[in-house]
Every structure is written in structure tokens, then in C-alpha cells.
Design a protein around this ligand. Structure first.
Ligand code: 6PG
Length: 479
């Protein structure tokens, strides 16, 4: 009998190629398939020495070379290409075989695909994979959803290639159907928020503190050794150190200041709106990218000379660097608290039973938002899986209480000097909103009742009420 592969990868652009190499480097025989055979051949020519690959020219050969249950990793551009690959392979597979979509698919698509394939007796696993090209090769964080039974046959392979923390793999069965892709989407939303907050910290240190990009790289380097230690802080220092070879200027000064996006941050906010979860930090980061990219509007504002503050003031009351570090840490806590709340809300809505502590655990290495403080998030949810918000856990409560004066000073300085800091200021507003004893939402209820008879609840009795606003004595009636 000819040799069979434990796993196959179809779609051999850089992410698929690196995942395939990662499986092979861990001693698994890997079947390879790509729309054009040229890529498959190249992979084997270049990296064949790394392990055992079984290249296939056709989908039929590929499927025939896999041991049962067949495990087929699809690594193509999310969207119609994924459906096309599923349509190509599903008819060739047999009951119990599994298709694993490792792309950045929308979780609703994953739910649809999982249901359709289940009806055919096939397992569909939507797996979030984070860590970019390097992660795919050396150890990503993997967030597989889909049926629990499929994890029994698939999990050990994924755990082999995943990043490890103290020998523990950054991979766990997240939950049924779209749970894995949902969690990966929120991971990306948090990634957007983290990046925006870091960018605001840089901007304040540069514009208010007068530091150069090189000096700020030094500050980020120091912060990386402390509680802010994370991959994104580390690479920010690298980006800031970079000098453009052709102009001799700091790299950050020669890049067009228009941030792009492929859409996962936007999806996170859209999903949060449907779930009614305020992910204001993530939303601000998506909107900040959109604002930066709105060249026409920015030009109109510049042409009209929209005025800034008449006189800039210094940062008062504290040391700017130390204060910005505090503001960054506190705002980051808010962003993660919001993201985790969204995961918990979706888990309830879809019956996914996601363990939030396990998500923090598998994000500790391999992924883009890997950070020291994920250990504390894990501990917080291990202590109380039903935690209403991370902000009330002892560690985070302490951190935010310790940061809040500095955080407020930073937001004041930004506002007074006309420097946009939507991430810092919206995080602070969220924090203040959560801790407020009374919110002006009561007034909004009054307005709604006035113009639309939408009714309101009272603080002192049960029931639903409506005031007859049009009459002189404004009587109240049970609604
Ligand atoms: C990851 C990244 C990855 C991708 C981002 C980029 O976890 O490895 O999140 O999925 O690099 O989605 O997103 P934007 O192009 O939207 O910034």
C-alpha cells in the first residue's frame, strides 16, 4: 500500500505553505494541493528536505493520498474562494472526513458551511490561525471551532504545530460551528485597538514630549520589559528605529498616514452592534483607520483651515512618559475587557460554551496580541468564569485605580493640545460610564417616551410607564 498522509493542505500561498511545512517539520506526512501545480512543485523543490510531502496534481489524487478520517486544511482567501474549494472537495470526501478552514472567514459563513457539510456527514472546522507568516511556520495560536468529535482526530496535530507556553500548546477546541472564527475575529478587533492605542502613545510622546522616533523606540523598549510587554510593543520599537534608506529620514515619516484594513476589525464591531455589546475601543480603532484613509475629507478640512486650540499647554501634573504608560495600560485593559465581554455574549447567544480563560491562555504565544498580561486575564477567568467584566477582577481593578489620575491627565493634555486620542479618551469614557451611579440614560428614556410613547421603567416601582406629555398636568399611566 502506498504511503498515506496524516493531513493535507490545499492553497499553498505563503500561509498555506508555511502551515504545511510546520506539519512536515513535526514529523507528519503532508499531502499538498494547489490550484496551479507550479506552486506545489516549488514547495517540494525548495523545502522537500524538511519532511515528507505527497504532492498531488489533482483534487482526486490529493484526497486519495490521505489517511482516514481525512483532514484537509483549506488555506485560501476568505470568501467565495473558500466555497469554491469546499464545492470541489466535498463530493470526493467520505463520512467523518473533515475540512478545516484556516483562513480569516466570517463566523456566519462558517456556521452556514458547517451546517451544510454536516448534512452530508462531513465535519467542517473553522479554525482561527494567528501569527502571520512566521507564526504559521514556527508556531501560531490556533482557535479551532466545529464539532467536538473532530477535535479528537485533529486536535493533536494542531497542538503539535501550535506555539507553546511552558510546553502547553496555544490551541484548544473553542466551541461548536463558528466559535473558532468568532474568537479569531475578536482577536483581530483587539489587535486593532491595541495598535491604535500604541499609535496614540507614540503621537503624544512625539508631539507633546518632543521625542524623536528613535527616542520613542527606546521608551517602547523599556515598556516592553514591564507589564506592557507584548509582541505589538516590541515590533513598534523596531518600526520606530527603522531609517528609510533612500531619504535618511525616520521610516515612520515617509509612510503615507492612511491605515488600511482587510475587514476583520470592522466585522468585530458589526457583530458587537448586533449583540449589543459596547466595544467602543475596538470601534474607535476601526473608525480611526477610516478617518485616516479619508483623504478627501482630510484635505477639505485642511483647505478650510479647521482651527486647533489657540494656545497649546504643557502636560501638567505628572511626568508625560509615565502618564502615557499608565493611560496605555488602562486603555488596553478596557479594550480586552470589551473584547472578552463580546466573546461571552456570543457564546451565550449561540450556545458555544466558550471558556474565556482558555482563550486568554491560547493567546499567550504565537498570535499577534500575545502579551504578558494575558496570564492575568487567564487567572481572572479561572477564578470566576462568569466575571461580568475584567475591570472588576482584583488585578485589573488595582491597575486601573492606580492609572486613572495619569490617564485623565493624558486625555486632558490631548484635548487641550488638539491631538486626537480617540482610543485613550473613549476607553476613559467607557470606564467612567461603567462606574457612574446614575447615567443620563434616564433623560434619553424621557425623550423617547415624549416623542414616541416608548415607555420607561421607574426606580421606585415595577412595571412599564408612559407619561401623557400632551396634557397640562402630565399624568402617568401604566403602559
Ligand atoms: C493574525 C493577523 C492576521 C492579519 C490581520 C491584518 O492574527 O495573524 O490578525 O489575521 O494580519 O487580519 O488585518 P488588517 O489588514 O485588517 O489590518
Amino acid at each position: 500500500m502506498s504511503q498515506k498522509a496524516q493531513i493535507g493542505v490545499t492553497g499553498l500561498a505563503v500561509m498555506g505553505r508555511n502551515l504545511a511545512r510546520n506539519f512536515a517539520r513535526h514529523g507528519h506526512t503532508v499531502a499538498l494541493h494547489n490550484r496551479s501545480y507550479g506552486r506545489t512543485k516549488e514547495l517540494v523543490e525548495e523545502f522537500g528536505h524538511e519532511g515528507t510531502f505527497l504532492p498531488a496534481e489533482t483534487a482526486e489524487q490529493f484526497v486519495a493520498s490521505l489517511e482516514r478520517p481525512r483532514r484537509v486544511v483549506i488555506m485560501v482567501k476568505a470568501g467565495p474562494a473558500t466555497d469554491a474549494v469546499i464545492d470541489e472537495f466535498a463530493p470526493l470526501l467520505e463520512e467523518g472526513d473533515m475540512l478545516i478552514d484556516a483562513g480569516n472567514a466570517h463566523y456566519a459563513d462558517t456556521r452556514r458551511r458547517e451546517a451544510a457539510l454536516k448534512a452530508k456527514g462531513l465535519h467542517f472546522v473553522g479554525a482561527g490561525v494567528s501569527g502571520g507568516e512566521e507564526g504559521a511556520l514556527h508556531g501560531p495560536s490556533i482557535m479551532p471551532g466545529g464539532p467536538k468529535e473532530s477535535y479528537d482526530a485533529l486536535g493533536p496535530l494542531l497542538e503539535d504545530i501550535a506555539a507553546k507556553v511552558d510546553g502547553e500548546p496555544c490551541c484548544v477546541h473553542v466551541g461548536p460551528d463558528g466559535a473558532g472564527h468568532f474568537v479569531k475575529m475578536v482577536h483581530n478587533g483587539i489587535e486593532y485597538a491595541d495598535m491604535q492605542l500604541i499609535a496614540e502613545a507614540y503621537d503624544l510622546l512625539r508631539q507633546v514630549g518632543g521625542l524623536s522616533p528613535q527616542e520613542i523606540a527606546g521608551v517602547f523598549g523599556e515598556w516592553n520589559a514591564g507589564r506592557l510587554g507584548s509582541y505589538l510593543i516590541e515590533i513598534t520599537a523596531e518600526v520606530l528605529k527603522q531609517v528609510d534608506a533612500s531619504s535618511g529620514k525616520p521610516f515612520v515619516d515617509i509612510v503615507a498616514d492612511q491605515a488600511e484594513q482587510k475587514g476583520t476589525g470592522r466585522w468585530t464591531v458589526q457583530a458587537a452592534l448586533d449583540l449589543g455589546v459596547p466595544v467602543s475601543g475596538i470601534a474607535e480603532s476601526v473608525f480611526a483607520r477610516a478617518l485616516s484613509g479619508g483623504a478627501d475629507v482630510r484635505k477639505a478640512a485642511a483647505d478650510a483651515g479647521l482651527p486647533g486650540p489657540s494656545a497649546g499647554s504643557e502636560h501638567v501634573g505628572g511626568d508625560l512618559r509615565a502618564d502615557v504608560e499608565q493611560a496605555l495600560f488602562a486603555s488596553k485593559i478596557v479594550a480586552y475587557a470589551q473584547g472578552f465581554q463580546q466573546i461571552q455574549a456570543a457564546s451565550k447567544e449561540y450556545g458555544w460554551a466558550i471558556d474565556p480563560g482558555a482563550m486568554a491562555k491560547i493567546w499567550r504565544a504565537g498570535c499577534i496580541i500575545r502579551a504578558k498580561f494575558l496570564d492575568f486575564i487567564k487567572q481572572a477567568y479561572d477564578k470566576n468564569p462568569e466575571l461580568a467584566t475584567l475591570l472588576v477582577d482584583d488585578y485589573f481593578l488595582d491597575a486601573v485605580s492606580g492609572a486613572q489620575d495619569a490617564w485623565r491627565r493624558v486625555v486632558v493634555t490631548a484635548a487641550q493640545q488638539g491631538i486626537p486620542a480617540p482610543g485613550f479618551s473613549s476607553a476613559l469614557a467607557y470606564y467612567d460610564g461603567l462606574r457612574a451611579k446614575r447615567l443620563p440614560a434616564a433623560l434619553i428614556q424621557g425623550q423617547r417616551d415624549f416623542f414616541g410613547a416608548h415607555t420607561y421603567r421607574r426606580v421606585d416601582k415595577e412595571g412599564s410607564f408612559h407619561t401623557l406629555w400632551a396634557t397640562d398636568d402630565r399624568p402617568e399611566v401604566d403602559a
